[in-house]
Design a protein around this ligand. Structure first.
Ligand SMILES: C[S@@+](CC[C@H](N)C(=O)[O-])C[C@H]1O[C@@H](n2cnc3c(N)ncnc32)[C@H](O)[C@@H]1O
Length: 302
């Protein structure tokens, strides 16, 4: 494990590189995130580096019944709550150009960075969970085919263990686009199987009010590092407690508006194949409520 500095209440961003990854592999060839074991360290076979059929979305309702499997995305279907590569591809193509700097402060299994690499955007990924960071490095460990490398120019991709509330290694107004997919309060406990629940993991928070206080710190940091007039996207869903709809998304939307972002798009992202569905189907019949089947993908402009 690497040494991590702490500044006030937050950990400082600490770069994790392939030497750290190789060290990790000496002890084990898997990571555990939430209660899922994911294998790492193999020489992964890649059949296709790009989606077979891809069309840029043109409306504000997005639905991807099958999560994309190109490049190393196919290895991550078991990572709970990861977003579809089609979401990221749409965002990166619409809001960035080659050579831009993209930031994902909740990088998880690395979906955003894999897409950034394939689309030749430079990128920074951060996660509070060291295991997720190691997983991301593993999924980025592939050579690009020559047809995707223009003039041999490789994108720069950096991965850090860190806290989205403290982007201390990133300069003011240096980022061209932010793609953020935080936990939805404690619906999925990302560090629940760690020896000690990870300090700073926002998925340990149950109260929506407390979650929004912490998300405001994230939003302020995102606002600081983003260049003026550039865009930031955040995917966030709601939940149901007892029989009531808890609008996490609208509360988080408000937080982003309060720190100064302007809402450019509110995209409805249809959810497919949720792991918890059988339990919720039973409860929805007993308590007579509708099943939640969408998330909001808010796009903001600074
Ligand atoms: C919804 S997942 C992101 C999944 C990602 N989009 C993907 O495709 O794999 C949320 C991630 O946020 C991380 N996280 C929780 N609290 C954090 C914090 N304070 N700073 C940075 N990452 C955090 C969790 O470890 C988890 O990997």
């Amino acid at each position: 494990m690497i040494e991590i500095e702490k500044i006030e209440n937050f950990i400082s961003m600490t770069k994790v590189d392939y030497n750290n990854y190789k060290e990790f592999l000496k002890n084990r060839n898997y990571v555990i995130v939430e209660n899922v074991k994911l294998e790492i360290g193999r020489n992964w076979k890649i059949k296709e580096f790009e989606p077979k059929h891809f069309e840029l979305e043109t409306t504000n309702v997005w639905s991807f019944p099958n999560r994309g499997k190109w490049a190393t995305h196919y290895l991550n279907s078991k990572y709970r709550g990861n977003w579809a590569p089609q979401v990221v591809r749409n965002l990166l193509i619409r809001y960035t150009k080659e050579g831009d700097w993209v930031l994902d402060p909740f990088v998880g299994s690395g979906t955003t960075l894999i897409e950034a690499k394939l689309l030749r955007r430079n990128a920074i990924g951060i996660d509070i969970n060291y295991e997720a960071v190691i997983l991301t490095l593993d999924r980025l460990n592939f050579d690009m085919p020559p047809n995707l490398l223009e003039n041999d120019k490789k994108p720069i991709i950096e991965v850090y263990v860190g806290d989205a509330r403290n982007l201390d290694k990133i300069e003011n107004e240096s980022i061209d686009f932010i793609a953020a997919h935080p936990p939805y309060v404690d619906i999925i406990g990302y560090s629940k199987n760690s020896n000690s629940k990870i300090d700073g993991d926002l998925s340990k928070i149950h109260s929506v009010e407390d979650f929004c206080i912490e998300m405001k710190k994230v939003a302020k940091e995102m606002y600081r590092v983003l260049k003026p007039h550039k865009f930031c996207a955040i995917l966030i869903g709601d939940t149901r407690r007892k029989k009531y709809h808890i609008p996490i998304s609208f509360k988080v939307l408000n937080v982003f508006l309060e720190v100064g972002f302007k809402l450019k798009e509110d995209i409805i992202k249809i959810q497919h194949r949720m792991k918890t569905t059988p339990l919720w189907v039973k409860r929805s019949k007993e308590l007579n409520f509708l099943l939640l089947q969408y998330e909001h993908l808010f796009v903001f402009e600074k």
